[in-house]
Design a protein around this ligand. Structure first.
Ligand SMILES: *[C@@H]1O[C@H](CO)[C@@H](O)[C@H](O)[C@H]1NC(C)=O
Ligand SMILES: *[C@@H]1O[C@H](CO)[C@@H](O)[C@H](O)[C@H]1NC(C)=O
Ligand SMILES: *[C@@H]1O[C@H](CO)[C@@H](O)[C@H](O)[C@H]1NC(C)=O
Ligand SMILES: *[C@@H]1O[C@H](CO)[C@@H](O)[C@H](O)[C@H]1NC(C)=O
Length: 375
């Protein structure tokens, strides 16, 4: 994976101005928990809404040759699946139980955990304009976190559309989620729903939603991402993430990495509202802990007030507008949202931070004891 490596050249204590350059660092991290499956027989295609789905191998708007070269079928060497096959993450711990019971039961069990208590927290930067968006992109700082039990912590781009009880959402970014993955490693994590997460809460390849077309195992949802950043370091790694709706097919394409490698897409058929575009884009962090369990860390686990060397960041924030143009976010059309005590989580946004980060913010925090982050 070719992550962004960002070097801090000016210190940032309170003003949070950052500077530096981006150099080419190639990182190749492959978790072996994948199966290579026939692209045309991947589980997603069993979804009832996708009975007549024709796989789209490339987006119609592909911009450069890097993407073509990296796309499926052409890769034959190490790191890829054999021709015609795509890597799909093997389900682990959360699903081991499923083997013994009815899968439906177990899945609902998990959803109930989440719904009942709804004790999640957000620190995000949200769009405010009433318009149609066709995507967004950003680079996201990478930090290992040590989480346990039912806690999770995600840093993502989140696109939404629809009325309160049936909001369609796609989120893509990085996450630490022990219950889902069986460990506390930082992984590429995607999530979608068509009902505001009331009943459907579909990670990565769950619920048969995401169509994988890239055959390189580095670009599989659920893959471990490495290296990550150290607190206080002046060099920072970041993952480039982009989601863009195809103007011809309406599918939502996912691109990862500095070179915007096409990974796959969420078909338009899955959605009743997002099929025609998004009405809200949110960038930032989200954490969850069940009742009586402490709130976990977000971002790097440090508050934005500690500055760029310690706090996590998202930069190069862009939205894709109603005309499918990719443009930097306008600070006048963005607002901070936080539903937590600012000693637990916070977000600091001052707009433009120089040519490397462009529109960027610092976010995150240590979390806190159960109940103490609520406001
Ligand atoms: C898979 O991606 C990694 C990271 O970008 C790259 O180093 C490797 O060469 C790729 N493998 C194939 C088969 O293209
Ligand atoms: C599920 O079955 C496996 C294999 O038979 C077994 O090792 C495991 O303990 C069972 N798990 C539960 C929760 O019953
Ligand atoms: C983060 O976790 C990965 C995977 O476990 C590990 O390889 C890496 O060394 C860790 N990085 C840091 C900075 O702790
Ligand atoms: C950054 O973290 C280091 C190590 O924990 C700490 O000593 C330092 O005070 C922190 N910087 C700020 C500005 O809080």
């Amino acid at each position: 994976m070719a992550l962004f490596l960002v070097l801090v050249v000016s210190l940032c204590i309170s003003c949070c101005r950052v500077g530096g350059y981006v150099s080419d660092i190639i990182v190749h991290q492959v978790d072996n928990d994948f199966d290579c499956v026939d692209m045309y027989k991947q589980p997603t295609l069993q979804h009832p809404l996708l009975k007549n789905h024709k796989i789209q191998l490339n987006p119609t708007f592909t911009r450069n040759t890097v993407q073509r070269r990296s796309s499926s079928f052409i890769n034959k060497v190490i790191g890829g699946c054999p021709i015609g096959k795509v890597p799909i993450y093997k389900k682990r711990v959360r699903h081991q139980n499923i083997i013994n019971a009815s899968s439906k039961l177990q899945t609902e069990d998990f959803h109930q955990d989440y719904e009942h208590y709804n004790s999640d927290h957000f620190a995000t930067l949200d769009t405010t304009q009433s318009t149609t968006f066709h995507g967004a992109s950003a680079i996201i700082g990478l930090y290992n976190l040590s989480l346990q039990g039912n806690q999770f912590s995600l840093s993502s781009i989140r696109i939404e559309s629809g009325p309160p009880t049936e909001i369609n959402i796609i989120q893509i970014g990085v996450g630490v989620h022990p219950k889902l993955y069986g460990d506390s490693q930082l992984r590429i994590t995607a999530l979608w729903t068509v009902d505001s997460y009331y009943k459907t809460r579909c990670y990565n390849y769950e619920c048969q939603g995401f169509v994988q077309v890239n055959q390189n195992k580095s670009y599989t949802l659920g893959n471990v991402i490495s290296p990550s950043n150290s607190i206080g370091s002046t060099e920072k790694y970041a993952l480039g993430v982009k989601i863009k709706q195809d103007p011809s097919t309406g599918h939502w394409w996912l691109f990862l990495d500095r070179d915007e490698i096409q990974v796959g897409y969420w078909p338009k058929e899955l959605f009743n509202h997002l099929s025609i575009g998004a009405s809200l884009i949110r960038f930032g962090g989200e954490t969850y802990a069940p009742p009586n369990i402490d709130n976990p860390s977000m971002g790097s686990g440090r508050l934005p007030q500690e500055g760029f060397k310690n706090s996590s960041f998202m930069g190069r924030l862009e939205i894709i507008d109603s005309k499918y143009s990719e443009i930097s976010v306008n600070p006048e059309h963005m607002k901070k949202y936080s539903d937590a005590n600012s000693n637990c989580y916070d977000l600091l946004y001052h707009g433009y931070e120089g040519v490397v980060y462009r529109q960027a913010f610092l976010y995150g925090g240590p979390g806190g004891l159960s109940g103490q982050c609520d406001i």
